[in-house]
Design a binder for this molecule. Structure first.
Ligand SMILES: Cc1ncc(C[n+]2csc(CCOP(=O)(O)OP(=O)(O)O)c2C)c(N)n1
Ligand code: SF4
Ligand SMILES: [Mg+2]
Length: 303
């Protein structure tokens, strides 16, 4: 499949329509639009409960492709079931199964069914739209929440000033360790990169893509800045873009120099409490990880 260079090359089959009930500037609905543009109409969506559950609530159906609602625990297992049914009907080459699930479902509550399906090598694409919190239930910390961020379960109070005190679960590495053909990160700030990765994933299943989904409501920034925030995350090294294609790691976007992490933190309320020394600590951590990644030492770096 040819690499997409501009958005004009992607036929817009209008598989999503406007007027959904999500917040203004929602990255999750934007990501779904990009995913369907890349994968086309013969796609079956499997969704774990989260913000996107509200997107498709009967009789409001803003997608023109099948959509399976799931509990938060079992999107991976449901994808396995659909794959088994398509195989039985000898139609597994006719449709792409796309799991579209949040980070809480992926990193935490649905992790077991995802890991099981990837261990079995069942053929589907799993996209985690990662807003770095349990968004739908009020922005609680998930294992994808970055170090230092304030959430409703890691709040800034009179005794606690640092926000989330843990680094993220290395989910992409964990998926890569399953030995599946294709694993990648992506960002709503780089839709062409995301769509090219989806197309690669389609040809190399099972595949896992962790797409950063900057959430204006949860992160506390202006809803017009979703894409800008997705770019800043990459340009500051907070969310590097890379892929692991049949075990081979490569960065897919390599800024000549990283922007200061403060450029990314400043517009977001969730980082506003961080003082200079904490920001310096995080900056050093990012620089160290970036040094490893840009030297190709993926397995030595922490996500
Ligand atoms: C076992 C279980 N625990 C809790 C819930 C409540 N719940 C519904 S949506 C949601 C948040 C999911 O977070 P995430 O997967 O990150 O998706 P987001 O809401 O951020 O889009 C939670 C905790 C649930 N449905 N099932
Ligand atoms: S909380 Fe964030 S991810 Fe959820 S609907 Fe609102 S903008 Fe979208
Ligand atoms: Mg989430």
């Amino acid at each position: 499949m040819e690499t997409i260079k501009t958005i004009k090359e992607v036929p817009d089959q209008k598989l999503t329509v406007g007027g959904g009930p999500l917040c203004g500037g929602c990255p999750a609905s934007l990501g779904l639009k990009f995913a369907l543009m890349a994968l086309g109409k013969d796609t079956i969506i499997v969704n774990a409960s989260g913000c996107m559950t509200l997107y498709v609530t009967y009789p409001h159906m803003p997608t023109k492709v099948p959509w399976l609602h799931n509990a938060i625990e079992n999107a991976g297992a449901s994808a396995t079931g659909i794959y088994a049914a398509l195989k039985q009907l000898k139609r597994d080459d006719k449709a792409t199964i796309l799991v579209y699930a949040g980070d809480g479902a992926t990193y935490d509550i649905g992790f077991q069914s995802l890991s099981g399906a990837m261990t079995r090598g069942d053929k589907f694409i799993y996209v985690c739209y990662n807003n770095q919190s349990f968004g739908n239930t009020g922005m609680q910390r998930s294992s994808a929440t970055p170090f230092g961020a304030s959430t409703t379960t890691t709040p800034i109070g009179t005794r606690e000033h640092s926000g989330n005190e843990w680094h993220r679960k290395p989910m992409v590495k964990i998926m890569a360790s399953h030995g599946i053909p294709y694993v990648a990160t992506a960002s709503m700030g780089y839709p062409i990169d995301f769509m090219n990765k989806l197309r690669k994933a389609k040809e190399n299943q099972p595949a896992f893509i962790d797409v950063l989904a900057p959430c204006p409501t949860g992160w506390g920034f202006d809803p017009s800045k979703t894409v800008e925030m997705g770019k800043l995350a990459v340009q500051t090294g907070a969310w590097p873009l890379y892929e692991i294609d049949h075990g081979h790691f490569s960065l897919t976007h390599k800024p000549s120099a990283l922007k200061p992490i403060e450029d990314y933190f400043r517009p977001q309320k969730r980082f506003r409490h961080l003082d200079k020394s904490k920001i310096a600590e995080i900056q050093k951590w990012i620089n160290d990880q970036w040094h490893l990644l840009s030297s190709g030492k993926y397995w030595e770096a922490r996500e």
